[in-house]
Design a protein around this ligand. Structure first.
Ligand code: FAD
Length: 450
């Protein structure tokens, strides 16, 4: 039973039910504020949500997501909601391997971080001695610099500066940069990449762990939020009006608001406030982002592909023929939901701009060819019985140097921002979204009660 509202309870509107908005809603509700979430779609989770695949006849995710142990705020939030980690995630030490394991970086050492990572690099399979030496030297230099680099530096420039070999560039740095920043090496912001490297190699023993969700992304925690939080679905908020009490949205009065939509929707909504023209720099910062797509391909197989690991790095030596970057053997980790899990794999293409115009059956043909060529001889790819492709055209903001990322507080009293694009220190990822939602909610609550 939802608790009854008390007359003096302050009320807050959260616009947007992605991970940022929902983390904000949860934090506000815990602070005993009355919370109302407005979401334009009919599903919780935003860019990390469940979708119905007509082609496959079942629920899948809008994109395969991977969390890491360093996502401390996200994991703490899930704990607060009583989530059993083992039931909901496959957690394993960092393990990056190609399908035939001619390249493998497996962190299994008992040394403390970052020495466990450095040892894994020394033992890595498929790297020549020079590669290992240059890679370790580059990471130690970054650590010595306290993971700080010039603000304008791109990952590409840094790789040149650190004299990384062409093999390291192509087999290690490029896949890592694209997977974590969804931005091409030559455009990607080195400072953000350095933070990613810091979080995964130098932030404690379990920070580099992979956590792969076993249930769909909406079921993971969003659907477990308190029943006291009210939701209005299918409502795209276009404007806000200022009232003596605070703000009015859809004829409802609120003391304060958190805008947890992507930046350009925030700009549209804020432009309806009377004094937004006085905030030219702020409004410009909201409109500066460009976005990169991610494509996720789900293949249903005739039978399980008995590969030993849940996740593989795919080789992309021939970019026109090898679209896939990462392979997830979904039937190895998805929880059995009653019906037996169908043999299913997911292939991820980050920074997928060049594949947007391609015919989908052609992409499937290429991916099947790529998997068949790279599969170990004794474990060939089973026949594909069905497929679906989901393209998120605006999956994440392009993580380029010089972005002006805004703080959570705004010049409007009682009005806060949340989203992976705010000044989180992370690229466009789940942990950034959650952190921003929690921070916006804490600032708002402090302000309302002071
Ligand atoms: C395919 C894909 C794969 C990804 N993989 C990973 C990964 O492996 N690991 C990782 O950490 N991150 C990953 N990400 C990034 C991660 O999903 C995002 O960083 C995160 O979901 C962003 O959350 P958010 O709440 O900031 O924004 P959003 O999820 O975009 O939430 C904004 C919400 O606001 C709603 N909205 C917008 N306008 C309005 C309006 N006017 N009125 C009402 N509601 C509105 C939207 O419908 C949406 O629900 C991936 C993203 C995609 C798309």
């Amino acid at each position: 039973m939802p608790p009854l509202d008390t007359p003096d309870q302050k009320s807050v509107a959260v616009i947007g039910a992605g991970w940022a908005g929902l983390a904000a809603a949860h934090t506000l509700q815990q602070k005993n504020l009355r919370v109302h979430v407005f979401e334009q779609s009919h599903t919780l989770g935003g860019r990390a949500r469940k979708v119905h695949s007509r082609k496959l006849g079942r629920t899948i995710d809008n994109g395969q997501h991977l969390l890491i142990g360093a996502y401390s705020d996200t994991l703490r939030l899930m704990q607060e909601l009583g989530l059993d980690e083992q039931e909901n995630f496959l957690r394993q030490p960092l393990d990056i391997s190609t399908l035939n394991q001619d390249f493998r970086l497996h962190l299994k050492s008992t040394l403390p971080a970052p020495f466990d990572f450095l040892q894994a690099l020394l033992w890595a399979k498929g790297l020549a001695f020079t590669d290992k030496f240059k890679l370790i030297r580059a990471l130690l230099t970054l650590k010595r610099q306290k993971w700080r680099v010039p603000q304008a530096q791109t990952v590409g420039n840094w790789l040149k500066q650190e004299k990384q070999t062409p093999f390291l560039y192509q087999a290690f740095w490029e896949p890592l940069c694209i997977a974590t920043l969804n931005t091409h090496v030559n455009k990607a912001c080195m400072q953000l990449f350095a933070r990613v490297l810091q979080h995964s190699t130098d932030a404690g023993k379990q920070a580099s762990n992979f956590l792969i969700p076993r249930v769909n992304l909406s079921a993971l925690w969003a659907e477990k939020l308190s029943k006291a939080i009210r939701f209005t679905y299918g409502k795209s908020i276009q404007s806000l009006s200022i009232t003596p009490k605070g703000y009015q949205i859809d004829s409802l009065d609120f003391d304060a608001v958190i805008l947890a939509t992507p930046a350009e929707q925030c700009a549209k909504i804020l432009a309806t406030l009377p004094n937004s023209e006085n905030q030219a720099g702020f409004m410009q910062a909201l409109r500066q982002f460009s976005f990169n797509p991610i494509m996720t391909i789900t293949l249903e197989l005739e039978k399980n592909w008995q590969l030993p690991l849940p996740l593989y790095l795919l080789k992309t030596e021939h970019p026109q023929q090898d679209p896939g970057q990462w392979l997830f053997i979904r039937s190895r980790f998805m929880a059995d939901t009653g019906k037996s899990v169908r043999p299913e794999i997911a292939i991820v293409i980050s920074q997928a701009s060049e594949w947007l115009e391609k015919d989908k059956p052609e992409i499937i043909r290429l991916v099947i060819g790529q998997l068949a060529r790279q599969a170990p001889e004794n474990l060939p790819l089973p026949a594909v019985t069905a497929w679906d492709i989901i393209t998120e055209k605006r999956a994440t903001f392009s993580a380029e140097p010089g972005l002006h990322r805004l703080p959570n507080a705004t010049a409007w009293p009682g009005l806060y921002l949340a989203g992976d694009w705010t000044d989180t220190g992370f690229p466009g990822v789940l942990e950034g979204a959650v952190k921003s939602g929690q921070l916006a909610a804490r600032l708002l609550a402090q302000n309302l009660t002071s």
